[in-house]
Write a protein of this length. Structure first.
Length: 352
């Protein structure tokens, strides 16, 4: 496998600086696990925030020419975590990352797909494109079995399978017995305005039965912040939920972990909200809008409801029974151990 010099200068490319706590956690883990001597540059939207928080050089991820210019002065490309090779966001987004891989290889630079999710790839064109670019990578690690299976169907054989890199984030002791219910919820296509009603009604019953405060934790600043207010404006929020609720202002994954560590229950839709809450030892229940969320919930053996299905009559009982009951340590430790493959590939590609 190609190796770079000891003073490696990789370009780290991902959904960074968008004030999504999950991607912020991915970047934090990636920077911590880079081999010693690396001098990375990071693609980011809010460049000042990323520079100030992580003390790294940046370039504007929303300006492809600026990213290509930055890549020209670097000696490796790392696509760092998340699901970057997918067309659910848009086909131009997929083209953007494939173009970077091609540009890196034309420039003789090694490429690492680090802790990636793969797909969905809903269009034949998208599948053909990814089938063509996967062999250009010198090293690939996937974060879940479904991504590995899709890669194999596309003809990729030279890759490693691990767990999501955020499982390597430092753990926090749980101290939330009797604590509030934290909602890591997001706007979601499965729930049109009226689709929220049964979940909010269940939440009202749960709040009344438990006597707990309801804390809304926006995981993605642009998408999630103000969700409670928007639902209230649509006359969907029961009076008790409104009375018991407040929205938190959380700026970093460590701040989110501190909130989760004080929670008596976390109701999570966000994948990395579920992971960070588990790392904080918080009692959990998952609402899945995507198979990746369901897969992690099953690994943790916590209650799971698929938002494509009607809410079951026993949903409130399931949530109530989870209050103050932290998840088992065994599955969490196994998932943490599964991140080692990503670290090993960084060392092989970028180490001295």
């Amino acid at each position: 496998m190609a190796r770079t010099s000891k003073r490696s200068r990789p370009l780290l490319c991902g959904y960074y600086g968008e004030h999504n706590l999950g991607d912020d956690a991915l970047l934090e883990v990636l920077l911590q696990e880079l081999p010693g001597g690396c001098a990375p540059q990071v693609t980011a939207h809010d460049q000042r925030w990323v520079r100030d928080r992580f003390q790294v050089d940046t370039c504007d991820r929303r300006r492809p020419l600026a990213v290509l210019s930055a890549l020209a002065s670097r000696d490796a490309l790392v696509l760092g975590g998340g699901s970057l090779l997918q067309d659910a966001t848009s086909v131009p987004s997929l083209l953007y990352y494939c173009l970077l891989i091609l540009a890196a290889r034309l420039g003789g630079k090694p490429v690492l797909l680090w802790g990636q999710g793969l797909g969905p790839l809903r269009r034949p064109f998208s599948r053909a494109l990814v089938r063509a670019v996967l062999p250009l990578a010198q090293a690939i690690s996937w974060r879940d079995e479904a991504s590995g299976q899709l890669a194999r169907r596309l003809g990729s054989r030279h890759h490693r399978l691990g767990s999501d890199p955020v499982w390597a984030y430092p753990r926090t002791p749980w101290r939330g017995a009797g604590g509030p219910i934290v909602l890591c919820w997001r706007p979601i296509h499965q729930l049109d305005p009226s689709g929220w009603d049964p979940y909010l009604q269940t939440l009202a019953t749960l709040a009344d039965r438990s006597g707990r405060e309801l804390l809304w934790l926006p995981f993605h600043r642009r998408q999630d912040r103000g969700l409670l207010a928007r639902l209230d404006q649509a006359n969907l929020v029961p009076a008790l939920v409104r009375q018991r609720s407040r929205e938190l202002e959380v700026e970093s994954p460590s701040e989110a972990m501190a909130c989760f560590a004080e929670a008596g229950l976390v109701l999570a839709m966000r994948l990395h909200g579920l992971i960070l809450a588990a790392l904080a030892g918080s009692p959990l229940a998952a609402l899945s809008y995507d198979p990746k969320v369901a897969a992690v919930a099953r690994s943790l053996e916590c209650p799971l409801h698929d938002l494509d299905d009607a809410p079951p009559a026993q949903l409130e009982d399931q949530w109530f029974d989870q209050l103050d009951r932290p998840p088992s340590a065994g599955p969490i430790e196994a998932l943490r151990e599964g991140t080692a493959v990503h670290r090993q590939l960084l060392e092989r590609l970028l180490g001295g």
